[in-house]
Design a protein around this ligand. Structure first.
Ligand SMILES: Cc1ncc(C[n+]2csc(CCOP(=O)(O)OP(=O)(O)O)c2C)c(N)n1
Length: 482
């Protein structure tokens, strides 16, 4: 039996439990939109495709699932590019499906085509930042390409992919068996763990080290490994510094959280990483800002400090600093293995760093005092420190925060406590202004779904109502006369 590609595409997405598509209409994707009209999948229509790709990015981060963007050709696809590149540099899984010029018009330079160097070449624009860009040249190839698109976006180090589809192909019929065949293929591929021997080597090295520091990046959050990290930290008693993307990897009020390093970090934190004898880098790229432009002796003093590094992407191991022990692994699995080994080798845990815990408390108090003039200032325009402090005070511990770019991002990294792992979404790699508000739209959609599906709506709303009533009362007391 034959059916339209557009019909079967929407069914495929439904079967993958895709609930939202982000995008904007155009004549090249109208066949898909027409099918979506009959589907439970909601099309989140925006006014500019950059909003679609940022919202999809926020959605993927908050929901921990691959987001799907549906774009028009040419200007639609180039408008979306900034958000897709932003997602790429932060390793966010995303499938971008774009309409393209009709394949029977190749060579004629049809309406809105990118064709200065080749016909139907819009997918080439995305090549530098997607994991893979396909142009679908035959209808029967589409099902397999679609499946590969999700697989590539989600496996290894996640990231966006592009499937560029000449509009006539959406309206071609192919045999349903081509899509049915895909149902037999797995949806999730097992990820690499850490072998026992390497895990032992790492645990022993860290147990015997004098000043070990864990340096956690966004990879730990992406791998959903924050609980495993916390278990490891508590058992081994090792302090944790983090990159901007690693913000919130361990709650900011945990006794061993140091904070963010780099030129937006603070001297206390940079001194801890600089003076470590062993640094354990987890899911981090040692980016320029986090590493103070790699100037020796500012944030890091490697190779005097020995580096142990685990990442899912082999490209990251030793990129900027030489590595003493390196391993390619999924962080959740690696930390599970490390916890198992640590509990076997040191069942009582490692007792140390009591003085450091006191120093961390003193540092936090000093920092609050240092910024207190601005936090308490009534100046207009408001001092950024006051905005951050007031917002933190009224938000619940698990509130989802998105930042844009500028001091707001760096200030949040430095002095806005995050208590729930994964609740801070920030554009780390591309540092794209425009991310914050659009990503918040996507995150809101993602979180609503989580609330409803857990049936916590009633409990949550009563708690939230009480919370806000208390806040309202406090706010009207303190600002009542101003
Ligand atoms: C798309 C884009 N354009 C330009 C920049 C460069 N840039 C970085 S921060 C900044 C200013 C941000 O100011 P504002 O939005 O007021 O934030 P604040 O620093 O006050 O928090 C600019 C222009 C950027 N990061 N992204």
């Amino acid at each position: 039996m034959k059916k339209l590609i557009s019909t079967q595409l929407v069914k495929y997405l439904e079967d993958r439990n895709v609930e939202h598509l982000f995008g904007l209409c155009g004549h090249t994707n109208i066949a898909v939109l027409s099918e979506l009209d009959k589907s439970s999948i909601k099309f989140i229509n925006v006014r500019h495709e950059q909003i679609a790709s940022h919202a999809a990015d926020g959605y993927a981060r908050a929901k921990k699932e691959t987001a799907v963007v549906l774009s028009h050709l040419g200007p639609g696809l180039t408008n979306a590019a900034t958000g897709v590149a932003n997602a790429a540099l932060d390793s966010i899984p995303m499938v971008v499906i774009a309409g393209d010029v009709p394949s029977h018009y190749y060579g004629k330079h049809p309406h809105q085509e990118v064709n200065l160097h080749a016909d139907g070449a819009q997918y080439e624009i995305y090549r530098p930042f997607v994991k893979r860009a396909w142009r679908v040249d035959r209808p029967d190839l589409f099902p397999e390409i679609l499946q590969k698109a999700f697989q590539v976006a989600e496996s290894g180090r996640p990231g966006p992919v592009l499937v560029s589809v000449p509009m006539d192909i959406f309206s071609k019929e192919v045999d349903t068996s081509l899509f049915e065949k895909l149902q037999h293929h797995i949806r999730v591929i097992e990820k690499p763990s850490l072998d026992e021997e390497t895990a032992e080597q790492i645990v022993k090295t860290l147990a015997e080290a004098n000043r070990p520091v864990i340096y956690a990046g966004g990879g730990v959050v992406l791998a959903d490994a924050t609980n495993e990290l916390r278990e490891f930290v508590d058992h081994m008693n090792i302090p944790v510094a983090h990159s901007l993307m690693g913000k919130g990897v361990l709650p900011d009020d945990h006794p061993l959280t140091l904070g963010m390093t780099g030129f937006w970090g603070t001297k206390f934190i940079n001194d801890q990483t600089k003076n470590a004898d062993f640094l354990f880098g987890l899911g981090t790229s040692f980016k320029e800002a986090d590493s103070s432009s790699w100037y020796p002796g500012v944030t890091f003093e490697i190779p005097k400090t020995k580096l142990i590094q685990i990442d899912i992407d082999s490209n990251e191991i030793g990129r900027n600093y030489p590595v003493e022990i390196g391993a390619i692994a999924d962080l959740k699995r690696a930390l599970t293995a490390l916890n198992r080994v640590a509990k076997r080798l040191y069942p009582e845990g490692i007792i140390r760093n009591e003085q450091l815990k006191e120093d961390i408390q003193t540092y936090r108090k000093d920092l609050r005092e240092r910024i207190s003039d601005n936090v308490n200032s009534d100046a207009f325009p408001m001092k950024p420190e006051r905005i951050l402090a007031d917002v933190r005070e009224v938000l619940p511990r698990d509130a989802m925060i998105t930042t844009d770019v500028g001091w707001n991002k760096n200030g949040v990294g430095q002095q806005f406590p995050i208590y729930t792992p994964g609740s801070i979404l920030t554009p780390g790699g591309f540092a794209t202004m425009g991310f914050g508000s659009s990503a918040a739209l996507g995150a809101k959609l993602a979180c609503q779904i989580v609330l409803l599906s857990l049936s916590l709506a009633t409990v949550a709303s009563v708690r939230t109502l009480l919370f806000w009533l208390r806040q309202l009362k406090r706010t009207s007391q303190s600002y009542g006369s101003s």
